[in-house]
Design a protein around this ligand. Sequence first.
Ligand code: 1SD
Ligand code: ZN
Length: 258
Amino acid sequence: SGEDFGYDGSIGPSYWGERYRECAGKHQSPININLLHVKQVSLPEITFIGFDDSIDNVHVTNNGHTVLIEVMNEPHPRVRGGPLDGDYVFSQMHFHWGDNDTFGSEDKINHRSFPMELHMVFYKEAYKTMAEAVKHSDGLTVLAFFYELDRHQHPAYDDITIALANVTEPHTSVIMDHPFSFLNILPYDLTRYFTYRGSLTTPPCSEVVIWLDFEQPIRLTHEQIEAFRELRSAHGKITHNFRPIQPIGDRVVFYNID
Ligand code: 1SD
Ligand code: ZN
């Protein structure tokens, strides 16, 4: 169908540029981060607002490409500081994964893939809406977190796993049974991250994203990651939903450490 994109065959990433001009742009995401080429910086501290709140009425949706976690109640969590100018308001979070645990992340570090990646998407408050923000080069920030394997279950992910089992069919949605806290699902160290200018990793691939890739991975078991691979699109199981890396071109990746 007309608006559709996918990760395989004639609707796969190498064809996105034909229908969506920006997907063939020069500042696309994801990228490989080469640690030999990053520029070390010490940016202002990031402030995470509402990340430790207990949030009710959180919706979990299978949109046919990934699983989206959305906050219905106001005020939404927000971020400021680091490389950001002004406040950015939470829009949604979602995940990218691969067929098995050896790949699935979008960005890579020294060509290393991680089995899964979390994207927390925020729009710049000054632009008022997501629709307006995506028209500006500093319109969005995405906080990206990598996953790695652990033998111990991460208890904060139990509620997500339960929700996943109830949204295996595309275009289905559930409300989480328990309050949800952003901080609980994130790694401990939020001070070390890479940041660069890039794009949405899905069509229309708009070059409007200030990416922040946190260095410390989140640790889940193989079984916890498997739960994501049970989700279905209109074409069958969503076994993988990551875009391959794109040329870095003239861009610089900054590495923030205190
Ligand atoms: O893939 C998501 C897409 O679903 C949508 O959330 C978009 C923001 O409107 O962002 C991309 S991504 O670049 O965060 N992968
Ligand atoms: Zn994403």
